[in-house]
Write a protein that binds this ligand. Structure first.
Ligand code: IMP
Ligand code: MG
Length: 183
Protein backbone atom coordinates (compact mmCIF):
# COMPACT_ATOMS: atom_id res chain seq x y z
CA UNK A 1 0.00 0.00 0.00
CA UNK A 2 1.22 3.51 -0.75
CA UNK A 3 1.78 5.77 2.25
CA UNK A 4 1.38 9.54 2.43
CA UNK A 5 4.98 10.12 1.41
CA UNK A 6 4.35 8.30 -1.85
CA UNK A 7 6.52 5.37 -0.80
CA UNK A 8 5.23 1.98 0.20
CA UNK A 9 4.09 1.67 3.80
CA UNK A 10 5.25 -1.26 5.84
CA UNK A 11 2.53 -3.71 5.14
CA UNK A 12 0.72 -4.20 8.40
CA UNK A 13 -2.38 -5.77 6.87
CA UNK A 14 -1.30 -9.27 7.97
CA UNK A 15 -0.56 -8.06 11.51
CA UNK A 16 -4.10 -6.78 12.05
CA UNK A 17 -6.43 -8.73 14.30
CA UNK A 18 -10.02 -7.98 15.11
CA UNK A 19 -10.46 -6.77 18.67
CA UNK A 20 -14.11 -5.69 18.52
CA UNK A 21 -16.14 -6.94 15.58
CA UNK A 22 -18.56 -4.72 13.67
CA UNK A 23 -21.71 -6.40 15.03
CA UNK A 24 -20.61 -6.18 18.65
CA UNK A 25 -19.44 -2.60 18.18
CA UNK A 26 -22.61 -1.39 16.51
CA UNK A 27 -24.81 -3.19 19.03
CA UNK A 28 -23.04 -1.32 21.81
CA UNK A 29 -23.23 1.99 19.92
CA UNK A 30 -27.00 1.45 19.54
CA UNK A 31 -27.28 0.90 23.31
CA UNK A 32 -25.34 4.09 23.94
CA UNK A 33 -27.70 5.96 21.62
CA UNK A 34 -30.69 4.63 23.52
CA UNK A 35 -29.18 5.64 26.86
CA UNK A 36 -28.41 9.13 25.53
CA UNK A 37 -31.96 9.40 24.16
CA UNK A 38 -33.37 8.65 27.61
CA UNK A 39 -31.04 11.12 29.33
CA UNK A 40 -31.83 13.95 26.91
CA UNK A 41 -35.51 13.16 26.31
CA UNK A 42 -37.42 16.33 25.40
CA UNK A 43 -34.21 18.33 24.96
CA UNK A 44 -32.19 19.47 21.99
CA UNK A 45 -28.81 17.81 21.93
CA UNK A 46 -25.80 19.40 20.26
CA UNK A 47 -23.25 16.77 19.22
CA UNK A 48 -19.67 17.88 18.76
CA UNK A 49 -17.54 15.46 16.81
CA UNK A 50 -13.81 15.56 17.36
CA UNK A 51 -12.30 15.08 13.91
CA UNK A 52 -11.21 12.99 12.36
CA UNK A 53 -11.35 9.92 14.56
CA UNK A 54 -14.83 10.54 15.96
CA UNK A 55 -16.61 10.78 12.64
CA UNK A 56 -17.67 7.18 12.03
CA UNK A 57 -18.70 6.71 15.65
CA UNK A 58 -20.75 9.91 15.71
CA UNK A 59 -22.64 9.19 12.52
CA UNK A 60 -23.51 5.67 13.72
CA UNK A 61 -24.40 6.89 17.23
CA UNK A 62 -26.61 9.69 15.95
CA UNK A 63 -28.84 7.21 14.08
CA UNK A 64 -29.87 5.78 17.45
CA UNK A 65 -30.62 9.08 19.18
CA UNK A 66 -34.30 9.93 19.18
CA UNK A 67 -34.30 13.48 20.56
CA UNK A 68 -33.60 16.51 18.35
CA UNK A 69 -29.97 16.54 17.37
CA UNK A 70 -27.74 19.16 15.80
CA UNK A 71 -24.10 18.56 14.90
CA UNK A 72 -20.89 20.47 14.72
CA UNK A 73 -17.29 19.46 14.13
CA UNK A 74 -14.02 20.45 15.66
CA UNK A 75 -10.48 19.46 14.87
CA UNK A 76 -7.74 19.71 17.46
CA UNK A 77 -4.20 18.56 17.64
CA UNK A 78 -2.09 18.21 20.71
CA UNK A 79 1.33 19.77 20.72
CA UNK A 80 4.00 17.10 20.63
CA UNK A 81 3.87 13.96 18.56
CA UNK A 82 0.91 11.72 17.72
CA UNK A 83 1.56 8.99 20.27
CA UNK A 84 2.21 11.23 23.24
CA UNK A 85 -0.27 13.89 24.15
CA UNK A 86 1.17 17.06 25.70
CA UNK A 87 -2.11 18.32 27.08
CA UNK A 88 -1.98 21.65 25.26
CA UNK A 89 -4.26 21.64 22.28
CA UNK A 90 -4.21 23.64 19.12
CA UNK A 91 -7.54 24.24 17.41
CA UNK A 92 -7.16 23.32 13.73
CA UNK A 93 -10.84 23.78 12.93
CA UNK A 94 -13.14 25.52 15.36
CA UNK A 95 -16.89 25.02 15.71
CA UNK A 96 -19.13 26.76 13.17
CA UNK A 97 -21.72 27.77 15.75
CA UNK A 98 -21.72 29.18 19.29
CA UNK A 99 -22.59 26.70 22.06
CA UNK A 100 -23.84 29.17 24.66
CA UNK A 101 -26.93 27.81 26.40
CA UNK A 102 -26.85 24.50 24.54
CA UNK A 103 -26.67 20.94 25.84
CA UNK A 104 -23.40 19.73 24.39
CA UNK A 105 -22.13 16.19 24.01
CA UNK A 106 -18.52 15.82 22.91
CA UNK A 107 -18.05 12.69 20.82
CA UNK A 108 -14.55 11.20 20.77
CA UNK A 109 -13.05 8.07 19.28
CA UNK A 110 -10.76 7.12 22.15
CA UNK A 111 -9.53 8.46 25.46
CA UNK A 112 -5.94 7.72 26.22
CA UNK A 113 -4.11 10.05 28.65
CA UNK A 114 -7.24 12.19 28.90
CA UNK A 115 -5.21 15.36 28.33
CA UNK A 116 -6.85 16.34 25.06
CA UNK A 117 -10.35 16.09 26.49
CA UNK A 118 -9.50 17.77 29.77
CA UNK A 119 -8.15 20.76 27.88
CA UNK A 120 -11.03 20.75 25.41
CA UNK A 121 -13.59 20.86 28.21
CA UNK A 122 -11.83 23.89 29.64
CA UNK A 123 -11.84 25.64 26.26
CA UNK A 124 -15.50 24.87 25.56
CA UNK A 125 -16.64 25.50 29.14
CA UNK A 126 -15.66 29.16 28.76
CA UNK A 127 -18.25 29.47 25.99
CA UNK A 128 -21.02 28.89 28.53
CA UNK A 129 -22.92 25.84 27.30
CA UNK A 130 -25.94 24.87 29.42
CA UNK A 131 -24.33 21.47 29.97
CA UNK A 132 -21.35 19.59 28.64
CA UNK A 133 -20.89 15.82 28.68
CA UNK A 134 -18.41 13.39 27.17
CA UNK A 135 -18.99 10.33 25.10
CA UNK A 136 -16.23 8.04 23.83
CA UNK A 137 -16.31 4.87 21.77
CA UNK A 138 -13.17 3.47 23.43
CA UNK A 139 -11.40 4.08 26.69
CA UNK A 140 -7.90 3.00 27.71
CA UNK A 141 -8.16 3.50 31.50
CA UNK A 142 -4.62 2.20 32.16
CA UNK A 143 -3.21 5.13 30.23
CA UNK A 144 -5.05 7.88 32.07
CA UNK A 145 -2.87 10.73 33.34
CA UNK A 146 -5.51 13.38 33.88
CA UNK A 147 -8.74 12.73 35.70
CA UNK A 148 -11.60 13.37 33.30
CA UNK A 149 -15.18 12.36 33.92
CA UNK A 150 -16.49 10.43 30.94
CA UNK A 151 -20.27 10.09 30.87
CA UNK A 152 -20.68 7.45 28.16
CA UNK A 153 -18.09 4.78 27.33
CA UNK A 154 -18.51 2.17 24.60
CA UNK A 155 -15.74 -0.25 25.51
CA UNK A 156 -12.82 -0.22 27.90
CA UNK A 157 -9.80 -1.71 26.19
CA UNK A 158 -6.28 -2.67 27.27
CA UNK A 159 -3.26 -0.49 26.54
CA UNK A 160 -2.75 -1.51 22.92
CA UNK A 161 -2.64 0.51 19.72
CA UNK A 162 -5.92 0.09 17.86
CA UNK A 163 -7.22 1.23 14.51
CA UNK A 164 -10.39 1.20 12.44
CA UNK A 165 -13.86 2.72 12.84
CA UNK A 166 -12.37 6.20 12.52
CA UNK A 167 -9.06 5.49 14.22
CA UNK A 168 -6.01 5.75 12.02
CA UNK A 169 -2.57 4.37 11.62
CA UNK A 170 -0.61 7.11 9.82
CA UNK A 171 -3.95 8.41 8.43
CA UNK A 172 -4.96 5.08 6.92
CA UNK A 173 -7.36 2.35 8.11
CA UNK A 174 -10.03 4.78 9.36
CA UNK A 175 -12.54 3.10 7.03
CA UNK A 176 -12.21 -0.38 8.54
CA UNK A 177 -15.68 -1.19 9.95
CA UNK A 178 -14.39 -2.83 13.17
CA UNK A 179 -11.75 -2.18 15.82
CA UNK A 180 -8.47 -3.93 15.11
CA UNK A 181 -5.28 -4.30 17.04
CA UNK A 182 -1.82 -4.40 15.46
CA UNK A 183 0.03 -7.41 16.86
P1 IMP B 1 -5.18 11.73 24.83
O1 IMP B 1 -6.37 11.17 25.57
O2 IMP B 1 -5.02 13.21 24.99
O3 IMP B 1 -3.91 11.01 25.21
O4 IMP B 1 -5.31 11.53 23.26
C1 IMP B 1 -6.31 10.79 22.68
C2 IMP B 1 -6.08 10.81 21.18
O5 IMP B 1 -4.93 10.03 20.83
C3 IMP B 1 -7.25 10.15 20.46
O6 IMP B 1 -8.24 11.07 20.12
C4 IMP B 1 -6.56 9.54 19.25
O7 IMP B 1 -6.51 10.48 18.19
C5 IMP B 1 -5.17 9.23 19.70
N1 IMP B 1 -5.03 7.79 20.07
C6 IMP B 1 -4.84 7.30 21.31
N2 IMP B 1 -4.75 5.96 21.31
C7 IMP B 1 -4.90 5.58 20.00
C8 IMP B 1 -4.90 4.28 19.36
O8 IMP B 1 -4.76 3.20 19.95
N3 IMP B 1 -5.10 4.30 18.01
C9 IMP B 1 -5.26 5.45 17.29
N4 IMP B 1 -5.25 6.68 17.86
C10 IMP B 1 -5.06 6.75 19.21
MG1 MG C 1 -8.80 11.78 18.15
Amino acid sequence: MRGRDGGFMNNIDDKIQIMIGQKELEKRIAEMGEEISRDYAGKELHLICILKGGVMFMTELSKHITCHVSMDFMSVSSYGNERKSSGRIRILKDLDEPIEGRDVLIVEDIIDSGKTLAHLIEVLGVRKPNSIKLCTMLDKPDRREVDVKVDYVGFQIPDKFVLGYGLDYDQFYRNIPYIAVVE
